[in-house]
Write a protein that binds this ligand. Structure first.
Ligand code: COA
Length: 160
């Protein structure tokens, strides 16, 4: 399983067509498609999406976005961090290490990571060493974030 290649996905009609196979297909993809049609983004521009191809098949993907230190309410010391969302492996390819490979890739930037997992994927995130922060009503309203802390980084203490 050592040879999984993670690619930055280009925004073009071909990639967006492949996204339709994923369950979490929604506003983000539709907006990209609209922007492409309006030529606001160029065919083949870089995207926040990373994925794994097997042959011509996109079988796994995630979105990764760097959030500026200014907006960091999670980590100590405050710093730039990554938000990871839309991690999904197509059903036929689950349980073969592709999800882990994408998460390891995200970790390789050395920045803390925040994700907001689907209800039934907690076991996976636990395996990936993500932890649940202390719940802060105003900050986490409507979210159940999980965090990954690189060495030397701690969860921000929100208790008074
Ligand atoms: N609960 C507990 N452990 C899980 C898990 C889960 N739902 N999914 C995977 N794991 C474990 C694997 O057993 C593996 O452990 P190991 O290293 O000891 O063998 C490790 O996590 C890595 O698994 P991997 O093969 O990389 O997972 P994946 O490629 O299937 O990706 C998801 C994981 C959750 C991203 C993927 O299954 C997915 O997209 N699922 C969509 C639907 C969903 O959310 N399902 C949740 C379960 S119903």
């Amino acid at each position: 399983m050592g040879n999984i290649k993670i690619e930055n996905l280009l925004i073009n009609f071909k990639t967006l067509e492949k996204f339709k196979r994923f369950r979490e297909y929604g506003n983000q993809e539709l907006t990209m498609m609209e922007d492409l049609e309006n030529k606001i983004i160029e065919n083949n521009s870089k995207s926040p999406f990373y994925g794994i191809y097997i042959g011509d098949n996109l079988i796994a993907r995630m979105s990764l976005y760097e959030v500026s230190k200014k907006y960091d309410f999670y980590f100590e010391p405050p710093q730039d961090y990554l938000t990871l969302w839309k991690l999904e492996v197509l059903p036929d390819y689950q349980g073969r290490g592709y999800g882990k490979a994408l998460v390891d890739f995200a970790k390789s930037f050395g920045l803390p990571i925040k994700t907001n997992p689907r209800i039934n994927s907690h076991g996976f995130w636990e395996k990936m060493d993500f932890v649940k922060p202390h719940y802060e009503m105003e900050r986490d309203l409507g979210e159940n974030p999980l965090l990954w802390l690189p060495e030397g980084v701690e969860e921000k203490d929100t208790k008074q």
